[in-house]
Design a protein around this ligand. Sequence first.
Ligand code: SF4
Length: 363
Amino acid sequence: MPLGLYLHLPFCRVHCTYCPFAISTDLSLQDAYTAALLAEIDSRAGGLADTLYLGGGTPSRMSLPNLTAILERVRSRFTIAPEAEVTIEANPEDISEETLREWRALGINRVSIGVQSFHDAELLPLGRVHGATRAREAVALAVREGLRTSLDLILGLPNQTVASFRETLQTAIALGVGHISLYMLDLEEGTPLAVQVARGRTALPEEDDVAELYLGAVSTLAAAGLQQYEISNFAKAGDESRHNLRYWRREPYHGLGLGAHSFLDERRFANTRDIRRYIADPLAARDFEEELGEAEQRREVIFLRLRQASGIDYADLVRLAGQEGIAWIERGLTDGWLRREGARVAFTASGFLLSNELISQLF
Ligand code: SF4
């Protein structure tokens, strides 16, 4: 089976107030980091890859020579399928006609833009560098240049209202993107935004409003031809993220770079999130490594398949979850958080909202 490759490019201009990712704002480390990443690429086994994902961090902040060196090294170590999906995550402030052309010349054919909102009042508390106007221009440019374009939006932001979110969604649709990722704000402990909220300095929208907006967004996007295919992801037909589908389908992938996770032969492992440790010894800087046991594999299959709108085969769910699975499905169908389509069982949009809690009832 072809592989997926994930490359973590961790540099950002500023550290956004809600961000829990492995990032660095010290751009002076960029060359040393690139050298370490090249060494890690050299150390991996090779093989055929049909998805390549440059994530971060802000990959669009990498200098062109470094980006070129990384992609050339990947192509020399792995066979990249001619029709491979090659995605770069980019922030609006880094997108111009020139950068888009440079990326395309490197074989990048998909751009995922961190928009989050089309309202300045919502971007400000997040510490984002870009404003709404720049975000609109960047997305329009990427669509016009003909790259497959995705954008990220966040639900539940400070200052977000029902009206402002609906406007953001309509703007995203009108810009003609083929893919939208819609995430709920996840307030990670210890982030500046979480501290602000805990101290009562920043207020978040009511949970019930956020839930209602999510349900509304699922139908609005579907009406615009962007079908939900995963709990947080919506796409026009054929524009699904093939790389991300790989995660949910438990297909193998190498994760390279700071904090990157890999899944190979039922083994999961991750690199350190400490950039200096990674640069010092990229081949030894592991954070964890685990071989999945049979029970964990079963749990994971159920969890990952149910994240997808295509759900899971009824018989598979019963086989993996045992007799309790039958009662759980019946409960879900009666209460409306599951739906059945032929042989398959899947969450409804309201089921997705409570999916973690509901799945935990199975074990
Ligand atoms: S740009 Fe993205 S990765 Fe970088 S700090 Fe902000 S949220 Fe985190």
